[in-house]
Design a protein around this ligand. Sequence first.
Ligand SMILES: CC(C)(COP(=O)(O)OP(=O)(O)OC[C@H]1O[C@@H](n2cnc3c(N)ncnc32)[C@H](O)[C@@H]1OP(=O)(O)O)[C@@H](O)C(=O)NCCC(=O)NCCS
Length: 162
Amino acid sequence: MLTVRAARLDDLGVIVKLERYCFPPEVAFGRQRWHYLLSHAKGRTLLLHDDREQLMGYLCLLEHKGWDRLVIQTLAIHWRVRRQGWARRLLEQVIAHGREQGWGAVRLEVADGNEEALPLYRRLGFRAQQRLPDYYGRGQHAHRLVLALREPAASVRARKAV
Ligand SMILES: CC(C)(COP(=O)(O)OP(=O)(O)OC[C@H]1O[C@@H](n2cnc3c(N)ncnc32)[C@H](O)[C@@H]1OP(=O)(O)O)[C@@H](O)C(=O)NCCC(=O)NCCS
């Protein structure tokens, strides 16, 4: 059984290590980026640990008040515990919390060839909003996906009018 807790700055080293294993070098966030995310960014990082306190995964989330969106910066699960529903659970936690707090949507970017992540996001209801050519480098296209957390005001008005 894994446990979830909020990341602290002293988790930096192990997070960067797992990031290097989970993403190709041209895509992986470096130490500096993670330092910023853990110390200054508005948002939070959730960590998954096993019973020996080994890092088994993380999800980093930023809050963009101006856009009324939560933005998932990165998500990765250690290969030893993949396909056991842990990424889905972390995302469900973010979605439920976002709804409770009244956020409009959750947004993320995903590489077109990511055959593990695309079905995960689709099954949770994320839909493509924008194509991002060469987003991860030349020929490495991506899509921006969005999950609305609130109904658009127009459809709420239309329903109330019936
Ligand atoms: C993508 C990733 C986070 C998925 O983590 P996970 O904990 O293994 O995913 P889950 O067990 O929660 O899977 C939930 C659903 O996602 C889909 N999925 C996950 N892994 C899959 C795979 N290898 N092949 C096909 N579908 C997959 C399935 O629909 C799955 O549901 P199911 O097991 O009931 O069929 C993990 O593979 C990973 O860390 N990959 C490397 C980093 C990465 O690409 N991160 C995403 C960046 S956008």
